[in-house]
Design a protein around this ligand. Sequence first.
Ligand SMILES: [Mn+2]
Length: 332
Amino acid sequence: MSDPMPFDAFQTFVARHREFLVSSHVDPDGDALGSCLGLAHALRRIGKTADVVLDQLLPAALRFLPGAESVRSAAEVSRRYEAAFILDCASLERTGAVAGRCLAPGAEVAVIDHHWGNESFGDPRLVNPEASATAELVYELIESLDIPISEETAECLYAGILSDTGGFRYANTSPRSLRIAARLVERGARAARVAEALYATRTAPSLRILGLALASLETRSGGAVGAMTISREMFARAGATPEDADGIVQYAKSLAGARVGVLIQEVGAQDIRASLRSDGTVDVNEVASRFGGGGHRNAAGLRVRGDLEEVRAKLFAALDQAMNGGPPPSRG
Ligand SMILES: [Mn+2]
């Protein structure tokens, strides 16, 4: 946890430097990118240079954010920065190639994050696991620095909060996140545009693979497991990649009466991936760990070598056992 009042230290940090690197974690989500862009817009507003650099180029789904076109990958950056903001990262390593390629030796690193278990790196630090999104903390910092919140900053931070609360549906949705979101809409964030981009926009391959996955629905363990399976042949038919199937497990989990939702994907020959989501009554992290995977109690994943049908049978047996007790199934 950070100092409860670290804003003075941030004030000094911002005053001391003219140019900032702003970065976040690999495989950026809406909070990672929204926080970076929202802060970068605010720093530019007070005459600073702020460059958003990430490990890789952006996923297409996040390119709607104001300023996204200016984001560069670490490989494209040939200079090193003396000062950096690292956002939404529990450790410096989470930035991927950015830490090694873009920071000058002895660079000063400011940290803003909401992950439990944030390693104590960086100074100054604004770390609060009770925030639903890093974007909430960025909002509070910008306010404390007396920087006016532009429409661009507002929209980016709103996207961060919407993303990390699952559209204000997850348990972390708090009065504070809703109050900050309301203020951001007052400052010009277009709520409908952000919701449309994050939750109602799918590419043709991702819609086709969703259709095939939905049609594959089966129930197991007396209806307590909703399972969908995507074979290599289905990916080929939809012209889709495993990335296009992101989030489909939520549909399996949405089956009425299901305690666990499972999406099983044949991503290559003898290469099987599965995502598990639980309503909290089953520890899917424990199930995934039996297959060498892991995650959290309510959301976990695994990837194993093997035949699709064999892996399916073993996974269903493991889930059945986790739900109903009995001896653990044989490993392998
Ligand atoms: Mn986050």
